[in-house]
Design a protein around this ligand. Structure first.
Ligand SMILES: [Zn+2]
Length: 203
C-alpha cells in the first residue's frame, strides 16, 4: 500500500502522488518539511494551492467525494438514506465489499445488494496527523481505519467520535453517515456507545 501513487484513501481511490498545496507556517522559522518537493513550475505562477486554498476548501466535489457510476449508485443512494449495503452471493452465500459484479470467492454472477446491520469491529487503524490534500488538511488528526463488518467483509473507513487513546482492536462500532461535499453521504464508523447512548438527563 505504499510507493509511488500506491496510497489509497478510505474509499479506495488513490491519493495524489505528490502535493502542490502549501505547507503550514513553520514554527520558529524552520523550513517546512515536505515529503516530496513541490514540482517546479515553468510559467512563473504560484501553485494553485498557494494561490487559492480558500476556494479549494469550499463545499463541493473534492478528493473526499467518490466517483459514482451506474453500478455503485445504489450503494451511495442507500448511504444517503443512512443505510449500509454489502453485496452477497446467491451461490456460495458469502458477502463481500467493495461491491463487485461477480462473487470474488466463487466467481458467480448471482450477486445482489443486501442491507448490512451497520455493526462492525475495529481491525486496525492509523491516526493521520498530516495530509496536505484538501479537504483532509482541515480534518487532521483523523483516524483512517479498517473494520470487520458483522456480515464478514473488511472495509476501509474512518473512525469518528473516539479519541485516539480510546481506540482498541476489536472494539464494537456502528455505522454513522457523514455528508461530504457534492450532496454525497459517506459511511464512517463510531463506537457503539457514541451512537446508541441515550441522551443524559439533567438533574
Ligand atoms: Zn460466491
Amino acid at each position: 500500500m505504499s510507493g509511488r501513487g500506491g496510497d489509497r484513501d478510505a474509499l479506495g481511490r488513490p491519493f495524489a502522488a505528490h502535493s502542490r498545496t502549501a505547507s503550514p507556517a513553520p514554527a520558529e522559522g524552520r523550513a517546512p518539511a515536505r515529503a516530496v518537493p513541490a514540482p517546479a513550475r515553468t510559467d512563473g505562477t504560484a501553485p494553485a494551492g498557494d494561490r487559492a486554498p480558500a476556494r479549494a476548501e469550499a463545499t463541493g466535489p473534492s478528493a473526499a467525494t467518490p466517483d459514482i457510476d451506474d453500478f455503485t449508485r445504489p450503494w451511495w443512494e442507500a448511504a444517503a438514506e443512512g443505510r449500509l449495503l454489502v453485496r452477497r452471493c446467491g451461490a456460495c452465500g458469502r458477502a463481500h465489499h467493495y461491491p463487485r459484479e461477480f462473487c470474488p470467492y466463487c466467481w458467480s454472477e448471482e450477486v445482489g445488494w443486501e442491507q448490512a446491520s451497520g455493526r462492525a469491529t475495529l481491525y486496525t487503524w492509523s491516526v493521520v496527523h498530516r495530509n496536505d490534500l484538501l479537504p483532509f488538511r482541515a480534518r487532521t488528526p483523523y483516524t483512517a481505519a479498517v473494520v470487520d463488518l458483522a456480515e464478514g467483509p473488511r472495509m476501509m473507513t474512518e473512525i469518528v467520535g473516539c479519541a485516539e487513546e480510546d481506540l482498541r482492536i476489536g472494539m464494537e462500532l456502528e455505522a454513522a453517515f457523514r455528508e461530504e461535499g457534492g450532496a454525497v453521504v459517506v459511511p464512517v464508523f463510531a463506537p457503539v456507545r457514541a451512537v446508541t447512548a441515550p441522551p443524559r438527563r439533567r438533574g
